[in-house]
Design a protein around this ligand. Structure first.
Ligand SMILES: NCCCNCCCCCS
Ligand SMILES: [Zn+2]
Length: 342
């Protein structure tokens, strides 16, 4: 399996987040990538590949131009009046207020975000661009005949909407990849999001489209972030009706319950018969994840990978969440190994 990654993710360092009412060092930290690289290297799961540059056109196929312009200029605008510390949104619009982009950078930060988990520092935008290139390079490899690839993206992307960042996510790498598969001739693409948190961004981007099936297995949003999307009754709308499936699970879910949801999601994917499968791989389902409440253990990720392999589809694995840094490498490597051994 080709493992695509870039050291440019390191530019997204020193960032913070607002957690439990306090500004703390971000849980989405650079060490996550080092631990994954070490684990997949030790297992010799595949060659490491550098991403090729794809520019912003593929990103602009799923993201709004004003949002991407904001991401590319936010740090300059934030520091223009002397602030040399990480940028966080603080002000958001309530229903009934106007969805207008202010001139003021603090207003822009709120206009283009849905939480205070998307911190911008000097190297964030470069890291985000590299993440999109990593996912797109994975598409290239699979479109050119590879059976699978692993896009080791950082920062993650599945919470990012077409015009909104949040949940540590800026550009939706999985959504960019799905659109790229379609642009290269795929008729149908399935996205299976196994991150602990609902991939609200990916769902939202494809919600009214039948050419991308989005399946999410995640913590019940009645209890857990992102709270305001990810309910079981969200089945798609208009032409997309029937092409979105959510499998919310209660806190404390272990692989017995989680695996049953995976089975149901895999049946939907098989019936959809996509030309390619994208797995949004978050391993924050792990029992010791610091911000999550599921109970999966490391051997379960071997079973997860093996079940996905049984679909027999060209598969692009896109890295999303997972914050138990000491175990993230083992859990990602187990998922990939399960996928490869199928
Ligand atoms: N108490 C819930 C805080 C959630 N904070 C954002 C989590 C983003 C996960 C990305 S996979
Ligand atoms: Zn997550």
């Amino acid at each position: 399996m080709q493992i695509i990654h870039s050291p440019r993710h390191l530019g997204h360092s020193g960032h913070v987040e607002l957690m439990n009412g306090r500004v703390v060092p971000a849980f989405e930290k650079p060490e996550r990538v080092a631990m994954i690289l070490r684990a997949v290297g030790e297992r010799q799961l595949g060659p490491f590949v550098d991403p090729t540059a794809h520019g912003l056109d593929p990103v602009l196929k799923v993201h709004d131009e004003a949002f991407i312009r904001f991401l590319s200029t936010a740090w300059q605008q934030w520091t223009a009046d002397g602030r040399d510390f990480p940028a966080l949104p603080s002000f958001w619009k309530a229903p009934g207020m106007r969805a207008i982009e202010p001139d003021n950078i603090d207003g822009k930060l709120g206009h283009f975000s849905f939480d205070a988990g998307c911190c911008i520092v000097a190297g964030t935008w470069d890291a985000v661009q590299a993440g999109a290139d990593i996912a797109l390079t994975g598409v290239d490899l699979i479109a050119d005949g590879q059976p699978n690839a692993f896009a080791l993206c950082r920062p993650p992307g599945h919470h990012a909407h077409a015009g909104t960042m949040g949940g540590y996510c800026f550009v939706n790498n999985a959504a960019v990849a799905a659109q790229s598969f379609l642009d290269r001739g795929a008729a149908r693409v399935a996205v299976l999001d196994v991150d602990y948190h609902h991939g609200n961004g990916t769902q939202s981007i494809f919600y009214d489209r039948p050419d991308v099936l989005v399946c999410n297995i995640h913590a019940d949003p009645m209890q857990e972030f992102p709270y305001f999307l990810g309910y079981a009754d969200e089945a798609g709308q208009g032409p997309g009706e029937g092409f979105n499936a959510n499998f919310p699970l209660p806190w404390g879910a272990d692989f017995e319950g989680w695996g049953a949801a995976l089975e149901a999601a895999c049946v939907l994917v098989a019936d959809y018969a996509p030309d390619a499968l994208i797995v949004s791989l978050g391993v924050d389902t792990y029992k010791d994840d610091p911000i999550s409440q599921f109970r999966l253990d490391s051997p379960d990720y071997l079973k997860m990978g093996a079940r996905i392999a049984k679909l027999g589809l060209p598969t692009l694995v896109v890295m999303e969440g997972g914050y138990a840094v000491e175990a993230i490498g083992i859990n990602v490597a187990n998922t990939l190994e399960g996928l490869l051994q199928g």
